[in-house]
Design a protein around this ligand. Structure first.
Ligand SMILES: [Zn+2]
Length: 88
């Protein structure tokens, strides 16, 4: 769940980015020199089109790291997998 500004619809990341499963904040404290919060979030979403049974529907879900791990395990239990790559 993204906390948005009423004025412009922007996501206010300092106020909150909340896991849609457990309700925990997805912002972790940064111990670096800036001391800002770091956003660690997984995003699950879908935009359904004309050929689906959900034409025009959008799904959005934000997940904390712990819940994302659980979803990954669930997908694996169904025989699927999430492709892992590293960036940077
Ligand atoms: Zn969670």
């Amino acid at each position: 769940m993204r906390v948005t500004s009423r004025r412009k619809g922007w996501v206010d990341y300092q106020s909150g980015l909340i896991c849609d499963i457990c309700g925990k904040s997805c912002i972790k404290k940064d111990t670096g020199p800036l001391g800002d919060g770091l956003i660690e979030v997984a995003y699950f979403g879908a935009t359904w089109g004309y050929a689906s049974r959900k034409d025009g529907m959008i799904w959005e879900c934000d997940l904390c790291e712990d819940c994302a791990d659980k979803i990954k395990e669930y997908i694996a239990s169904l025989g699927g997998k999430i492709q892992e790559t590293y960036y940077g």
